[in-house]
Design a protein around this ligand. Structure first.
Ligand SMILES: [Zn+2]
Length: 287
């Protein structure tokens, strides 16, 4: 893909077509497709025709991101970790025609991870902490399902911090041998105070200090694509603010339920937490 873009650039510069070619380049990066729970299904919707509206798509009752790549429309469907393997349907509206497209989600067994936390108050919660955590889970659920229609969504993310990739997405977690929610993000090992950058252009949807996630920023990239940055030491942005790709939005830390300093980074697509490694440059990926 990158070679192709480089060649396109060279040809465009030689023939002075740069402006003409730009709209295509702006979309030219899809995430890796992975039809499993916690993955992303990329479903072709046909060719882009001049003047026609962007197709609209839904998975269940949740709207789904549609983008173009090399003059083809694609639905980019987030598959949550609890989606049932097997046949599923995407509802598609192109012009006045509504139809359904079938696709298959394959099973995936994520490995287990056993973590010992010395601070037992973060595992066996007091009644007050339990109530707080429950309130926050409801707030976070709403934020994850936020939909802002946008002209263009950049799906080619940068890694928000430079560091070694740690715990992967999807690990089935046990804290002090008690089963807990799976790991719905990617950990990157960094020292406290490392600048954390926005993985793509977007708008700050919310900032808060949560019981589990600590100081957290939600960045909305439009069309149901949202990134979440957790356990921060410091937050440098405010809700509603526009951020550019690579802009510093805060500093890493270990606030909330964290075993040492790291960035926990989540990617949400049509309300589903999906594997961030599908969105980052190939050189960083462990596959
Ligand atoms: Zn994590």
């Amino acid at each position: 893909m990158h070679t192709l873009i480089a060649i396109t650039f060279r040809i465009c510069f030689r023939f002075g077509l740069f402006v003409l070619a730009f709209p295509l380049l702006a979309h030219a990066s899809l995430p890796l497709s992975s039809n499993v729970p916690g993955g992303v299904a990329i479903i072709p919707l046909g060719s882009v025709s001049a003047g026609a509206d962007t197709p609209q798509t839904w998975f269940g009752d949740q709207p789904v991101l549609v983008t173009s790549d090399h003059e083809q429309w694609y639905a980019v469907v987030g598959l949550s970790l609890d989606v049932t393997p097997g046949a599923h349907e995407l509802r598609v509206k192109i012009g006045d025609v509504t139809k359904t497209l079938d696709f298959v989600v394959n099973a995936k067994d994520y490995p287990e991870q056993h973590i010992t936390l010395a601070d037992k108050s973060k595992v066996d919660l007091s009644a007050a902490d339990e109530a707080r955590a429950e309130r926050e889970i409801a707030v976070i659920h709403e934020l994850k399902h936020h939909w802002r229609a946008a002209q263009d969504t950049d799906l080619a993310f940068i890694l928000p911090v430079e560091g070694e990739l740690g715990s992967r997405f999807g690990l089935r977690r046990f804290f002090n041998e008690e089963p807990r929610s799976p790991h719905a993000g990617l950990d990157v090992a960094v020292d406290r105070g490392t600048p954390v950058k926005a993985s793509a252009q977007g708008q700050v949807l919310a900032v808060d200090d949560y019981f589990f996630n600590g100081k957290t920023i939600f960045v909305d990239h439009g069309n149901g694509l949202i990134t979440v940055y957790c356990h921060l030491e410091r937050i440098d942005v405010k809700p509603g603010e526009t951020v550019s790709k690579g802009q510093r939005i805060g500093l890493s830390g270990e606030t909330g339920r964290a075993t040492g300093s790291h960035l926990h980074w989540s990617v949400v697509l049509n309300g589903a937490m999906v594997d961030p490694e599908l969105f980052i440059p190939a050189k960083h990926r462990r596959r």
